[in-house]
Each structure stands twice: as C-alpha cells, then as structure tokens.
Design a protein around this ligand. Structure first.
Ligand SMILES: Nc1ncnc2c1ncn2[C@@H]1O[C@H](COP(=O)(O)OP(=O)(O)OP(=O)(O)O)[C@@H](O)[C@H]1O
Ligand SMILES: Nc1ccn([C@@H]2O[C@H](COP(=O)(O)O)[C@@H](O)[C@H]2O)c(=O)n1
Ligand SMILES: [Mg+2]
Length: 208
C-alpha cells in the first residue's frame, strides 16, 4: 500500500538521523539472551528490543498479521523480514534512546540483508551466547512463561532453524571480526561478568 510505504520511508529517514548504536544479541533458543539483556539495560542504559517479544505483542494487538505470526511462531519458523523490521524500526523511534540491544534478530540471511538494506544500520558488534542444546532444552522446558513454542516438539524445530539459518548469520559477522562470544552455559551471574567486560569501555578496563 502506497500510504504504508510513504509512512515507512519517514520512519526510516527519522531513524537514520538518530544514527543509532545497535548491538545484535544472538544465541540459540533458551541461551539466556533476554535474561542478560535485562542486566545490560540496568548497567549500561541500552534499550532492549526482543524481536520475538515484538512479534508476540503484534499478535496480541489484533493486527492483520497476527494469525500469520502466531502460526509461524508455533512452527518455530522465521516471520518475513518486512514485518519484523517495521516493528523494530517503530520501537527504536518510539524509545527516545539511541543505543539498542536487538535480541533475536537477524535470525537468518534474509533478516540480515533486509535490515541492512532498509535501515543502512551496521551493528557495532554481535553478542553471541553460545550454549549446548541439552542445557537450552532444560531451560526452555522449565521456563514456565506460558509461551506456545516452549514445548518439546516446537523446541526441536527451533533448534533446527537456529543451526541451519541463524548460525550462518553469526559466522557472517565472525568473518567481519564483529562477534563477541560468551560461554552461556555458566550460571547467570558468571555469564554477566563476561558480558560486562565486553560493554566496559577500554579506558575503564585499563584504569581498573
Ligand atoms: N545462565 C543461566 N543459567 C540457568 N538458567 C538460565 C540462565 N540464563 C537464563 N536462564 C533461564 O533460562 C530460561 C531461558 O532464558 P531466556 O528467556 O533469557 O532465554 P532466551 O535466549 O531469551 O530464549 P528465547 O530465544 O526462547 O527467547 C529462563 O527461564 C531463564 O531464567
Ligand atoms: N527475527 C525473528 C525473531 C523471532 N521470530 C519468531 O519468534 C519466535 C520466538 O523468538 P524468541 O527470540 O523470543 O525466541 C521464533 O521462534 C520465530 O518464530 C522471527 O520470526 N524472527
Ligand atoms: Mg528471549
């Protein structure tokens, strides 16, 4: 639709003016992305945008895309980039901040290329929470947040999508020297100690 496109051009232009600083937060399902993002927000004043949370909110809002998104999430599939990028752009503009943790995005090559083409934003770096599948499975099965995709059948599909579609994106950024990898199998506090090192400015590390 013409009006939607015009509106989105405005959003894209307004966002480009802000020159936002973006960190992509990636890792398998249940690796602890959301948990650690909450800690980073508290200590380093970023705004946390979880692509999955934005998609779940879109379902709840009764949007025309709601049923499609719900079906994709139930199957552990990746929603078309156009939908997710519009939600991310809107949330970034509305936040008033200029520093963002984008959690669970880009999830595949289509997400990555479309975000770059539409927003022209290159991430500062990619925070990759590396965790063995057995540990992620244990965490997801005891998360108890009522998520429709936290059942063993969907979890297995999500792991497959992570291996086949999301890991190549991490490797893409690794080849560009942009990946900060964290051992996410450790307890929450220990993982955050490693995360803090990544976010602490170099000058402060020398002084400490
Ligand atoms: N280091 C950890 N050790 C043990 N449990 C953890 C750890 N980090 C997170 N958890 C727990 O594991 C579950 C999944 O964590 P979280 O929601 O942060 O993962 P996620 O990567 O955002 O997952 P998803 O991709 O499904 O959104 C939560 O119940 C959380 O409390
Ligand atoms: N870029 C994305 C991110 C997520 N999804 C869908 O949402 C599901 C849940 O995501 P979480 O990050 O909260 O685990 C995910 O399995 C996808 O179905 C997406 O399509 N695109
Ligand atoms: Mg999450």
């Amino acid at each position: 639709m013409g009006t939607v496109d015009v509106a989105n051009k405005d959003v894209t232009a307004s966002l480009a003016e802000k020159k936002p600083k973006v960190v992509f937060v990636l890792g398998g399902p249940g690796s602890g992305k959301g948990t650690q993002c909450a800690n980073i927000v508290e200590h380093f004043h970023y705004t946390h945008l979880s692509a999955g949370d934005l998609l779940r909110a879109e379902i709840k809002s009764g949007s025309e895309n709601g049923t499609m998104i719900q079906n994709m999430i139930k199957e552990g599939k990746i929603v078309p980039s156009e939908v997710t990028i519009k939600l991310l752009q809107k949330a970034m503009l509305e936040s008033g901040n200029d520093k963002f943790l984008i959690d669970g995005f880009p999830r595949n090559e289509e997400n990555r290329a479309a975000f770059e083409a539409v927003t022209k934003i290159e991430p500062e770096f990619v925070l990759f929470f590396n965790c063995p599948e057995e540990e992620m499975e244990r965490r997801l099965l005891s998360r108890n947040q009522g998520r429709e995709d936290d059942n063993i059948e969907t979890i297995r599909k999500r792991f497959k999508v992570f291996l086949e579609s999301s890991l190549p994106v991490i490797e893409y950024y690794r080849a560009k020297g942009k990946v900060q990898e964290i051992d996410a199998a450790k307890p929450v506090g220990e993982v955050f100690e490693a995360v803090k090192v990544v976010f602490t400015p170099k000058a402060e590390k020398v002084a400490a």
